[in-house]
Design a protein. Structure first.
Length: 166
């Protein structure tokens, strides 16, 4: 059940009791004080109900780009002529295979770095933990305008993660 409805009901109950006090108990000091207290509680419950009401947020979505239709052309027939086969030259050196790139470690693995910090670090061309480990804590603190202690912890964690990864 929504909390704002409960607060609104309590406010109505306070206002109804406040309206019934004077006719039932008369105008003396105690009923008047009780009346004021009930009115104050009614106002407070109304304010709490208003502050806990559900918010309706407007979600803005990006329009999808229009789909462009491309017509595929049928493949054209081409003539294939046979040529006398020439012996292929032998390769004396073996082709070097490219080493697979090591996957970079994401910045989210470092404690204290969230989406906003990642955006700030990306603006500084720091895209992975390896890039972060190359920076000095003082330089990071100066550029990000945050405490040097925090950046020192980040760089230390980055060094540890790079060591674990290699």
């Amino acid at each position: 059940m929504r909390l704002d409805i409960i607060f609104y009901v309590l406010a109505i109950v306070c206002f109804v009791f406040a309206a019934l006090i004077i006719p039932l108990l008369g105008v003396t000091l105690l009923p008047v004080a009780f009346l004021i207290v009930l009115l104050l509680f009614g106002v407070l419950f109304s304010a709490f109900g208003y502050s806990t009401r559900p918010r309706h947020y407007r979600i803005i979505t990006q329009p999808k780009p229009p789909e462009t239709k491309t017509e595929e052309k049928p493949p054209q027939a081409t003539e294939i002529t046979q040529t006398p086969q020439q012996p292929e030259p032998q390769v004396t050196q073996q082709a070097q295979k490219p080493e697979p790139a090591k996957p970079s470690i994401e910045l989210t693995r470092i404690k204290g770095i969230g989406p906003k910090r990642i955006a700030a670090l990306n603006a500084m061309q720091i895209m992975s933990v390896e890039d972060l480990a190359k920076y000095s804590p003082e330089e990071l603190a100066e550029k990000l305008k945050i405490s040097g202690k925090i950046t020192a912890k980040w760089v230390e964690q980055a060094h540890n993660l790079v060591k674990e990864g290699s």
